[in-house]
Design a protein around this ligand. Sequence first.
Ligand SMILES: Cc1cc2nc3c(=O)[nH]c(=O)nc-3n(C[C@H](O)[C@H](O)[C@H](O)COP(=O)(O)OP(=O)(O)OC[C@H]3O[C@@H](n4cnc5c(N)ncnc54)[C@H](O)[C@@H]3O)c2cc1C
Ligand SMILES: NC(=O)c1ccc[n+]([C@@H]2O[C@H](COP(=O)([O-])OP(=O)(O)OC[C@H]3O[C@@H](n4cnc5c(N)ncnc54)[C@H](OP(=O)(O)O)[C@@H]3O)[C@@H](O)[C@H]2O)c1
Ligand SMILES: Cc1cc2nc3c(=O)[nH]c(=O)nc-3n(C[C@H](O)[C@H](O)[C@H](O)COP(=O)(O)O)c2cc1C
Length: 594
Amino acid sequence: MHTIPFIPENAPFSHEQRSWLNGFLAGLYSQAPTATAVPADLPPSLKISVLYASQSGTAERLARKITKELKSRGHIPTLTSLEGYTPATLMAESYAILIASTYGDGDAPEAVRPFYEQLCLQHFPCAQNLNYAVLSLGDSSYEYFCKFGIDLDNKLASLAANRICERVDCDIDLDAAFTQWKSTLFSRLDDIVAARPARTAQSSSIPTSPNLPATRPQSPTHTRETPYLAPLVDKRALTCDISTKLTLHVAFNIADSGISYEAGDACGVIPQNDTHLVNEILNVLNFTGSVPVQLPKAGSTTLRDALLNHLQITRLTRKIIEAYATIGNCQTLFNLLVPEQQSHLEKYTYDRGLIDLLHDYPGVLREPADLVAMLPRLSPRLYSISSSPSAHAGEIHTTVAVVRYRSHNRERGGVCSTLIADRKNAGESLPIYIQPNKRFRLPSDSAAPIIMIGPGTGIAPFRSFLHERRALGHTGRNWLFFGERSAATDFLYRDELHAMHSDGHLNRLDLAFSRDQDRKIYVQDRMLEQASTLWQWLQDDASVYVCGDASRMAKDVDATLHTIAEQQGHLTREAAVEYVRQLKDQNRYHRDVY
Ligand SMILES: Cc1cc2nc3c(=O)[nH]c(=O)nc-3n(C[C@H](O)[C@H](O)[C@H](O)COP(=O)(O)OP(=O)(O)OC[C@H]3O[C@@H](n4cnc5c(N)ncnc54)[C@H](O)[C@@H]3O)c2cc1C
Ligand SMILES: NC(=O)c1ccc[n+]([C@@H]2O[C@H](COP(=O)([O-])OP(=O)(O)OC[C@H]3O[C@@H](n4cnc5c(N)ncnc54)[C@H](OP(=O)(O)O)[C@@H]3O)[C@@H](O)[C@H]2O)c1
Ligand SMILES: Cc1cc2nc3c(=O)[nH]c(=O)nc-3n(C[C@H](O)[C@H](O)[C@H](O)COP(=O)(O)O)c2cc1C
């Protein structure tokens, strides 16, 4: 047994600093399971907070699974989103399981940022009573892989909280990692329960029912695992033939599906790779498509089916390169994987796919099983729903920008958007499910004004909002900022928007066509032009919604909102930051960006 060092009374620290450091040392020396802080005289089941930070629902789904299994193992779990949760509440927990996804440049999901900011800013001297475990979710094709989960784990450790088990960082193909983490976690929880003193007379009165409802039950009819094969009933271009881009209006029939959704939700589409590309890969490798292979989730299938429907073949990641280099013992690729070569690795993987790797480094793969094992799972793609459940009964509409580009002497296409554009026609079906987006809802007050900022495909949820408000008779004013490349070729839903503007349902419509003049004009330029009216709407309790490109647009629009608050509200920079923060706290600033 090891002794835990402590800071003596006469050390040159304040009382608070000393207790923080003592807690830190206690945490540092408590890696062994027996050192986990076990509250005495509690029954052999644990009250466990299952917390999730999720944007598109994966972390939430896993948290639900964990909660269910904890219950069946006799524990008392409660399931909560970190959105609106406070660090102080976390510090008061004895056991917390955190499942956290990463967004942006390695950030927390949008709605969870206030929680993390508070956790970092507030002074918590010590969290040594907290026993916790983190599962972080991410996608290794992003630069900051799983960074939020990693930061959260490190932050809690630095506050002297005790890790129940080591964090696991899951890539998009997360099933195996999740199962492994879960089994370690459960066995550590078993250790903790086994190490607890026998139940006392007093503690036996504590309710231990494993059947307490941990959360509102949710039983969606069709999920990512059990999607609905929805007939495509309409597909038409919203951009003109001569446009520099193609954006489609796509309608699915869901009349017989039992699917329901709310304005603001997204539609998940399970994609399929391009047959031509799959054939090319099989040819290059000299593999037969009918050869049987084993997939972790789908089980036994053919190699062709695995490449068409289950595996990601169009993007390269560090993990793929690592696996390929190892199979082929390929020194040139190993050289690319050293930390100093990170930018070269990123340059290589940025706009290449599996086919490029096979051409550039031939003769490596001899076994179909090696190919299958090195590729991540093909993930669903999300599309903001552009129809309204009240106005477009029995249908789901989406607004899809088709991704096409040329790189390394090859025409390339986005898997899902080109599937919809080129390989599926009206009358054929696609597997879909609803991805609820509880943070992106119309205001509960039907008379409240809304300001919607949605350039490009960002228009999608706002078409839904406008139709929904009209169908439900909401009296609140509606203001839309829309932008695209050119008015003549890219004015998505032009006639509908003009009609709603003419009849007064859309009170204001401000347009920014970026390429119709020498200087680029964007939605945020229009916001600035209308700053005083926009500020007035905010004083009238308007809610602000932003949807579309995350990498540049959403950041610039956010900066513009701060500028307007500074200029129109005569606020300092700090006060403007506080003002926008309050808008978020009041549920009046929502972003759905990708
Ligand atoms: C919550 C949410 C809502 C969304 N809503 C919508 C929506 O309403 N409408 C919509 O169209 N999309 C929407 N998206 C995006 C959508 O989910 C897909 O990401 C998009 O359609 C691309 O998918 P894909 O399979 O066609 O392309 P992928 O196969 O995923 O390929 C896209 C990748 O191609 C590469 N790439 C793209 N262009 C270039 C280029 N010029 N040069 C080099 N590489 C390039 C990039 O790596 C990019 O990540 C949303 C996403 C989220 C998360
Ligand atoms: N590779 C492709 O072929 C392709 C096609 C479609 C979409 N996409 C990607 O898919 C996502 C969504 O695309 P989308 O069709 O919805 O449209 P988008 O690319 O977001 O463009 C919509 C409008 O926003 C403008 N814009 C560009 N930068 C902006 C900024 N910083 N602030 C405000 N507006 C800005 C664009 O202008 P400018 O373009 O004139 O600068 C355009 O007028 C984007 O991330 C985009 O990169 C790729
Ligand atoms: C717009 C966007 C940005 C993302 N940024 C990152 C990132 O910076 N780092 C990372 O590891 N994963 C990133 N991801 C991947 C997600 O973290 C991953 O898909 C996760 O499983 C999503 O969990 P959720 O469904 O609970 O939100 C991003 C995903 C999206 C859609």
